[in-house]
Each structure stands twice: as C-alpha cells, then as structure tokens.
Write a protein of this length. Structure first.
Length: 463
C-alpha cells in the first residue's frame, strides 16, 4: 500500500487511498472519532488534523455526515486529510501555476472569512468538483467562515458567462477566489470559433480584473469524448487553446484536467468509464479537485508572512480582442418598449411543448408569439444580443440597429428540439462605441404559416 501511495511524481493517488479509508474510517458523530480509526500510512500532521476536527465537531465534519452518498464522503475526507505535492516532487505538467492566489490566502488566514464563487455550465452546477473543492478549502482553513457561490447554469458557455458574471457573481460582494469552467460547453454546445471562445473567456477574466482586481482566479479545462480524442492525437482542443491564450495574457493559473485524464488513461491508471464521461462521476470530479488542491498547495506551500498584504494583479493594457465582452452586462427586457404580440411575464410552461429546467422557474421573460409587433430600446456599447430560452418553437428575430436594414438572428439551437435551451444570441459585436437604438420583431415563419414560432428572452445582453 505504501508503494502504491508513493507512485506518480510524488502525488497521492485516489484508488489505494479510497480503499484504505473505506476500511479504516467509519461515519461517527463529531467528537467521537477514536484514535485507532486514524492510522498510518497518513503522516502525523494529517492524523492530528483529522482528530482535531473530530474532537471540535467542526462544520466540515457535520456536513460530511449529512452527505447521502458514502463514496462522496470518502472522497471529501481524503481532501480533508490533505492532497499535497511532496517536497522535491516533479511538478505536474497539467497544473499551470501562474500569478496570483495569495490575496485569497491572506483573506482566509488573516481575516478568517472568505467568499468563493464557481461559474460554469452543468459541470459546475451539479454536485461534482465544486462541493469537493469547497470542502477542501474549509478543511485547509478550518477556522475560516466561508461563503460559497454556485453560479453554474447548465448549457451556458463563456459568452453567456461574461454577460452574467456581474449579476450572478460580482454583485454578491467581494469575491476572494473565482473558479471558472467553460471549455466543454464552448466546444460541444456553442461550437464557438477561436474568436468566439476568446470573446467569452477574456470577457470573464478581464471583467473580473477590472471590477475586482484583488480577486484570485483559477480556470479548469474539463473534457468530452471528442476533446479527449484530440488530446490523444497530440492536438490541443480549440476551445482550450483559445482559453489558454487568454489565461497566459492575464497570467491566470489553470488546471488542464482534460490532458490529465488522457495521461492517466494512457498510463492505465484510469478509464473513461471510471472518470464518468462528459459529466464526471465521483472519481472524475475527485481528480479535478485533486489537481486544484495541488495547484493551491504549491502556491501556499510556504508560511504566510506576518505583514503580508494584498496586491492587485498585473493588468495588460490591451485586451487580446478589443471587442471581448469585458464590459458585458444584462439589460432587463422589462425596460424595453413592447408592441402588439409581446408580453413580459412568467410563461405557463406546462402548456408549452419541450422540457423546462427548474433553474428558470418563476422568472419573467419577454415573450413574443406573433409576427409583426416590435420591441425597441436604446443601449450604450459596442455589442448587443439576447440571452434566451430557445425551445422547439424557437423562431427567428429580425433586428435593425440605428435604423439599418433588418437582419435575421435564428434563436433555434441544435439542442432545442426537446428542451428550452439557454443560450446567448448576439445581434452585433463590432459596433462603434456609443449610444445605439435597436428594433426587433419576430419573423413570419416560412411556408404556409401553419407553424407557430416564438421568442422568449431572459435578458438583453450589452457589451
């Protein structure tokens, strides 16, 4: 067992640990963990941490006991004991440690409070790597009062992320540490071009730097089957390549989980089935949390100086793309002028064909179902679009900006057949800076008019 634990660049690997912990650790109430239950090969400092947490009855232990899936508890307990890179071990090539990460540590250690946010798609929204990393942080700083923000929304990509970052994350107050995950959805859902990926990811990173310069950032690149095949063929998936170009430009740390999975599969240490697929299972999410733990521990390895102070990250004067969505924000449809056939209300979803996600339950949408009536509003910026729910009946919007000709924007997505799919459709991205006026209407369906189409707008998006 000790030999198994020591393999692989000095890192602790999951399979033997899980087997060991399963046999040695029992679910018992806080304050009742007996010493005989925490035994070698754990180093003494890990054993002491486990006993101290048990005797104190800390919240992290209380939460562990409440978890429904025992395997999830086992994984979290592993991180409680501490995943760390041993002294002198070779650095993992898939852990890209760049700048930053000390501001959050100063906050956690000195101020004893922390606000940590996670933004991404379904991989973030589900109970996967996010709660594991949250528990890892709580165990790493047991005396710190944390607030964890889940800003994951299934199916959303980095462009939508750039527009909702303000309302869903930055408006919550000071953010000490922000985790970002969008590689998979930029690839398989949005099918963005290289520029499309940069517009979104740079929109998130530069906006965070502009609005909260003391916020630390970590981006994790998850993986789907086509991306895995590209890596196994010595190619970098385009979405990851574009995102990494942004992260290098802003000196932001990242975790190349996609390549780590490929590496472990090649070394017969993991299978795709064990990882769990595009939406990872417990083992796959634990790999992600392990690498994030390694990244943070590498930055936080040395004791924090008593007089350590926060500092703003270096900020490049020019963006990679001047039209990136770093000024992205929502504009409420309730402020728009509405013509015949348009209403701002909560749709009666039970009577509308297509699956509906509870994430959007009770929300007002600007809904149009008749061709001809117009919506108009003014905005200031260089780009404009709409964050919509595009279902089986999603139609085409005709859009006129500053009195120009009407141009079509198709709301329908390739996942809209059976789902009211959340997506951002941009009408224009390269306008001259300044104020603009926009008019839009629902296009008449092609053919004999028997088909009924609709538009359901959650927010207008302005950059």
């Amino acid at each position: 067992m000790l030999t198994e634990l020591s393999r692989g660049r000095g890192k602790l690997h999951l399979a033997p640990f899980l087997k060991l912990i399963w046999g040695e650790v029992k679910l018992v109430p806080p304050g009742k963990i007996p010493a005989r239950r925490v035994r070698y090969p754990f180093p003494n400092n890990f054993k002491d941490l486990a006993l101290r947490l048990g005797s104190r009855g800390d919240n992290v232990i209380c939460r562990m006991i409440q978890l429904r899936r025992t395997i999830f508890f086992v994984t979290v307990f592993l991180f409680t004991l501490g995943l760390r890179q041993t002294a002198g071990a070779e650095a993992n090539r898939n852990v890209k440690l760049r700048g930053g990460l000390q501001n959050s540590r100063i906050q956690f250690e000195q101020k004893k409070t922390g606000r940590v946010a996670f933004i991404g798609g379904s991989i973030t929204q589900m109970n996967g790597y996010r709660p594991m990393v949250s528990d890892w942080l709580q165990a790493r700083f047991p005396n710190t009062q944390f607030e964890f923000i889940n800003a994951g929304i299934s199916s959303t990509d980095s462009q939508t992320g750039a527009f909702r970052l303000g309302d869903h994350v930055l408006a919550k107050g000071r953010i000490d540490l922000l985790f970002v995950e969008f590689a998979v959805n930029d690839d398989q859902d949005a099918r963005h071009s290289r520029r499309g990926c940069i517009l979104g990811m740079e929109g998130i990173i530069r906006q965070a730097r502009l609005r909260q310069p003391l916020c630390d950032l970590v981006v994790t690149h998850f993986v789907n089957p086509p991306m895995l095949e590209q890596i196994q063929s010595d190619q970098v998936p385009p979405a990851i390549k574009a995102h990494e170009d942004v992260l290098r430009h802003y000196n932001v740390s990242s975790v190349y989980l996609a390549r780590e999975v490929a590496d472990r599969i090649a070394a017969d240490k993991l299978t795709w089935a064990q990882y769990g697929g595009t939406h990872p299972k417990s083992v796959g999410n634990a790999v992600a949390a392990e690498l994030i733990g390694e990244l943070l521990n590498r930055r936080w390895a040395k004791p924090l100086l008593v007089n350590a102070a926060k500092g703003a990250a270096q900020f490049p004067a020019k963006p990679l793309d001047a039209e990136s969505f770093f000024n992205g924000r929502f504009l409420s449809p309730g402020l728009a002028n509405r013509g015949d056939g348009w209403a701002w209300h909560v749709p009666k979803w039970r009577g509308i064909p297509g699956s509906f996600r509870e994430t959007f339950a009770g929300m007002k949408l600007l809904c149009g179902g008749l061709a001809g009536g117009e919506v108009s509003f003014e905005f200031e910026g260089r780009g404009v679009g709409a964050y919509v729910l595009a279902g089986p009946d999603a139609g085409v919007l005709e859009v006129s900006i500053d009195g120009g000709e009407y141009k079509p924007s198709n709301l329908y997505h390739h996942y809209s057949r059976g789902l009211h799919y959340p997506r951002t459709v941009m009408f224009a991205t390269d306008l001259a800076a300044g104020k603009h006026a926009i008019r839009l209407r629902l296009a008449k369906p092609a053919g004999d008019g028997a088909k009924v189409t609709a538009a359901r707008i959650l927010q207008f998006t302005v950059n």
